[in-house]
Design a protein around this ligand. Structure first.
Ligand SMILES: Cc1cc2nc3c(=O)[nH]c(=O)nc-3n(C[C@H](O)[C@H](O)[C@H](O)COP(=O)(O)OP(=O)(O)OC[C@H]3O[C@@H](n4cnc5c(N)ncnc54)[C@H](O)[C@@H]3O)c2cc1C
Length: 394
C-alpha cells in the first residue's frame, strides 16, 4: 500500500484548482491526483459552441498541462471509498491511503433516465450542449432548422449550471430571428420549476425578455420520453404526473443528472447520493479528514465553475487549518454565478449566495443585458480559467 498525504479524486475544475492552491500554500505537501481523463474541458464555453459562436477546440486542453508541478497524477478513476480505513481504491486495483481526502469527481449525466433520448441524440433534431461529444449536434440542429417548433428542456434533477438550459434557448431564438425564420417558428421552454429563474433579483428581467421575444413556457413539467423518428416528446407534470405528447422540429435536451455512482454507493454520500459536507467549511459531516467541493458535493447552491472559484480557497484554508490542529475559520457563503447569455453580443451576469442575495462584482445593475458582459463571457472568463483559476492564481 502506498501512502499519499493528500489525495484528490477528480481533476476537473475543482480538483486542479485545489491542487494548484495547495501547492502554492505549501510546496512540501505530498499531493496525489486520481483522474482518468487525459483531456480537460472548459465547459462554460459549450453554450457558445452549440450556438455556433465559439470553436469546440478552444474548450479542450491536455490534462497534463494543468497538473501542478510536484503533484503526482495517477490516470485512473476512484472505484471505492473506505473513509474509516482512510483508503481509496482505483480502477487499476491500487489502494491509496491518505491523511486528507478531497472529493470532486463532478456530476453524472444520466442520458438513459429518459426513454428514447440516447437513441435520438445527434439525429432526429435532438441535440445537447451538455457534453463535448454532443455539443456540435446543437450547432447543426440550429443550422438545419427551417422553422417549426423548437423545444428546450430542463430536467427535474440537480444540474450543473442551472442557467445553461435557457441560455441556448435565447441564442437559438436569436439565430433563427437573424435568419428571418422567426415568424414561422415557435420557441418553447419546458422546466420543472414554477418560473424562469429562482432568484428574485434577476427574474423580472428574464420574464421581460421572454415576453418581448414571444418565447412560450411550460413550467412544472419535465421531459420523460423522446420518440425521435416521430419527432415527438412526452412531458410529465412534476406534481400530478399527468403526461402529454408534444411535436417538435428541434429539441435541445439538458439531461437528468445524479451524483456519480461511486459516490452514491460510498459511505461519503448523503441520502441523495452527494458528498455530505458542512456548507460553510466544506468539511465532511462525518469524516473530518475528508473535504469536498464542486458538482459532486451537496452544497446547496448552483453547481458552477464560478462557485468553485470561491469554494477552493475556503477548502484549502480549512484543510490546512485541520492539518495544523487549528479551528476551521474560512467560510463559503454559497456564492455562485450564472452568466446568462441572452443573445449574440448580450449577457446578464447573475451572482448570488446561499440565500439568493445578489453578490455582484460590478458597480452597475447586472440584471441588465450588456455588451460588456458578453465580452467577459466570450473572451475574458476563458482566459481567467486557463491561466488564472487552474493555476491557483484567480
Ligand atoms: C453546457 C454547460 C454550461 C456551463 N456554463 C457555466 C458557466 O457559464 N459558468 C460556470 O461557472 N459554470 C458553468 N458550467 C458548469 C461548470 O462547468 C461545472 O460546474 C464545473 O466544471 C464543475 O467542476 P467539477 O470539478 O465539480 O467537475 P468537472 O469539472 O466536471 O470535473 C470532474 C472530473 O472528475 C473526473 N472523474 C469522474 N469520475 C471520477 C472518478 N471516479 N475518479 C476520479 N476522477 C473522476 C472527471 O473525468 C472530470 O475530469 C457549465 C457546464 C455545462 C455542461
Amino acid at each position: 500500500m502506498k501512502t499519499n498525504r493528500i489525495l484528490i479524486v477528480g481533476g476537473g475544475t475543482a480538483g486542479i484548482t485545489v491542487a494548484a492552491r495547495l501547492r502554492h500554500a505549501d510546496s512540501r505537501l505530498e499531493i496525489t491526483l486520481l483522474e482518468p481523463s487525459d483531456r480537460h474541458f472548459y465547459q462554460p464555453l459549450w453554450t457558445l459552441v452549440g450556438a455556433g459562436l465559439a470553436d469546440k477546440n478552444d474548450t479542450v486542453r491536455p490534462e497534463a498541462e494543468f497538473i501542478p508541478r510536484g503533484v503526482t497524477w495517477i490516470r485512473a478513476a476512484a472505484v471505492a471509498f473506505d473513509p474509516s480505513a482512510k483508503t481509496v481504491t482505483d480502477s487499476n486495483g491500487s489502494l491509496h491511503s491518505y491523511d486528507q481526502l478531497v472529493v470532486c469527481p463532478g456530476i453524472k449525466l444520466d442520458w438513459d433516465a429518459v426513454p428514447g433520448l440516447r437513441a435520438s441524440l445527434g439525429k432526429d433534431g435532438v441535440c445537447s450542449n451538455y457534453s463535448f461529444e454532443t455539443v456540435d449536434s446543437t450547432r447543426r440542429a440550429i443550422e438545419e432548422f427551417q422553422g417549426g417548433t423548437a423545444i428546450f428542456t430542463m430536467p427535474n434533477t440537480a444540474v450543473k449550471c442551472g442557467g445553461a438550459p435557457q441560455k441556448i434557448l435565447y441564442l437559438a431564438e436569436d439565430a433563427i430571428r437573424r435568419r428571418g425564420l422567426r415568424e414561422r417558428s415557435k420557441f418553447l421552454y419546458i422546466a420543472p420549476g414554477a418560473s424562469i429563474f429562482g432568484v428574485d433579483h434577476y427574474r423580472p428581467a428574464l420574464e421581460k425578455i421572454i415576453a418581448q421575444r414571444g418565447i412560450e413556457t411550460l413550467f412544472r413539467h419535465h421531459l420523460t420520453g423522446v420518440n425521435g423518428p416521430r419527432r415527438e416528446i412526452e412531458v410529465t407534470h412534476v406534481e400530478t404526473g399527468d403526461r402529454r405528447t408534444i411535436a417538435y422540429d428541434l429539441l435541445h435536451v439538458t439531461p437528468p443528472m445524479t451524483a456519480p455512482d461511486v459516490i452514491r454507493q460510498s459511505p461519503l454520500a448523503d441520502k441523495n447520493g452527494w458528498v455530505e459536507v458542512e456548507k460553510f467549511t466544506l468539511q465532511h459531516m462525518r469524516y473530518p479528514d475528508v473535504f469536498a467541493l464542486g458538482d459532486a458535493s451537496n452544497l446547496p447552491t448552483g453547481r458552477t465553475g464560478a462557485a468553485i472559484r470561491k469554494q477552493a480557497p475556503v477548502l484549502v484554508a480549512n484543510l490546512l487549518a485541520y492539518r495544523a490542529g487549528s479551528p476551521l475559520s474560512a467560510r463559503y457563503n454559497g456564492y455562485t454565478s450564472c452568466p446568462i447569455v441572452t443573445r449574440r453580443g448580450r449577457m446578464m451576469l447573475a451572482e448570488f449566495d446561499y440565500d439568493g442575495r445578489p453578490c455582484e462584482t460590478f458597480p452597475f445593475n447586472q440584471a441588465k443585458e450588456r455588451f460588456s458582459m458578453w465580452i467577459l463571457k466570450k473572451y475574458i472568463l476563458p482566459r481567467l480559467y486557463w491561466h488564472g483559476m487552474l493555476r491557483g492564481r484567480a
